[in-house]
Design a protein around this ligand. Sequence first.
Ligand code: ADP
Length: 481
Amino acid sequence: MRVLSVGSEIYPLVKTGGLADVLGALPAALAAEGIETRTLVPGYPAVMAALDGADTVLELPDLLGARARVLAAAPGRLPLFVLDAPPFYDRPGNPYTDASGHDWADNGLRFAALAQAAAEIGGGGLGAFQPDIVHAHDWQAGLAPAYLHYADGGQRPRTVMTIHNLAYQGQFPAYLMGFLGLPPESYTMEGVEYYQSVGYLKAGLQFADAITTVSPSYAAELQTEAGGMGLAGLFRRRAAFLHGILNGIDTGIWNPERDSLIAARFDAENLPARRENKAALQRRLGLAPEPETLLFAVVSRLAWQKGLDLLHDVLPVLEEMGAQLAVLGSGEAALEAAYLAAAQAHPRRIACVIGFDEGLAHLMQAGADAVLVPSRFEPCGLTQMIAQRYGAVPVVARVGGLADTVIDANEIALDACAATGVQFAPVAAEMLAIALNRTARLWTDREAWRRMQRNGMKADFSWARPARHYAQLYRSLAQAA
Ligand code: ADP
């Protein structure tokens, strides 16, 4: 079975969020299920620079006005098709925005091009690689199922549309219909039209044979008015085709026994070695070097979604309990400023590093006692799974994938030695404050705490389980064809 996976980020070449982790890790796990995956990604400078010895496998002389070609390569053993279209992708910086943070004005065309190239390959454009399934990820690939739906002749692979984050939907002005190469009749509510615009994600959701998202709880939330973000009706209508498949994490990269980015390696049987990481973290961030002080960490985009304004509201609670807080993140200017100011006011208690720092992220997971994820919504979330693998106790909002991957330390779960973290709901500052206090109480019972750490470290967060689910889905779609 062959799968063409399509998306705009792939770890380690281009990453702005969890989407990249998924596209980077899933192919190898699927290979173990007997599924051959190739991933089509845009030829951003970082991707082109990583290629060494690529073959041109398809010429696309007029891809939405650009001269383009598809290259086949396997940098770092990642089997890729790279869409080399310099007018669209040969730009510095972020995949979606210019240096001042504004969306590139031609994003509609840039990602329609990606989808159209995917449809070319899906439709049989490459004799040597005819996919059974075209798997589109997020809005950037959303038009692929639509192009395949309206393609005449050629092969008809089955299609899967996966939502990693519904907050980004790819909505573009209706005049683009004149350029996209979709038939005019596709511009209806049953097609690509979305609130008088062209909806890229909506198109994918409408035309894909199956829809998946990255946790069962999020799949349920999508069908509610609040969670559906304008698409709840569509999700309810297509509920029979909607599946929640939890993400995994790359357990090769996130492995405390082998991690070269942390101060001391450790495993579930050697938890005291974590203390060295805690000390290294406190030293690096200028926090008071106190091994017994409960140290919370945040590794996150600083965005409304992540609920970090709520955490900021309850900083006095942390101060009262004498805990420490380390924040690593970047994003909204107001949040960055708020945490920098808090760190400046309490340098021995609160530290804040603005930026994206892979190495520090590893040290924080290895050295913090607890990792906070107070998200308002969270399709899956990787940080709380990474935390558990590193023996940090996750303290999370009970939403989406956070609800599905953390077992709350209620009395029953503690008695049964099953707890792995702390959940709170609803997502509000008062409830977060209560969760922080609960966590502090648990911290004083070192035996219970260690058990939670070990439970989390024993859990299987690898890609093996999700890969089995995707393989099952692909096979059932192929059989139904
Ligand atoms: P999202 O995709 O919504 O940003 P996830 O929890 O699914 O959130 O994935 C976030 C990923 O990005 C994790 O691998 C996390 O470690 C990483 N990450 C987030 N912010 C930073 C940062 N400032 N520095 C380093 N890694 C980060």
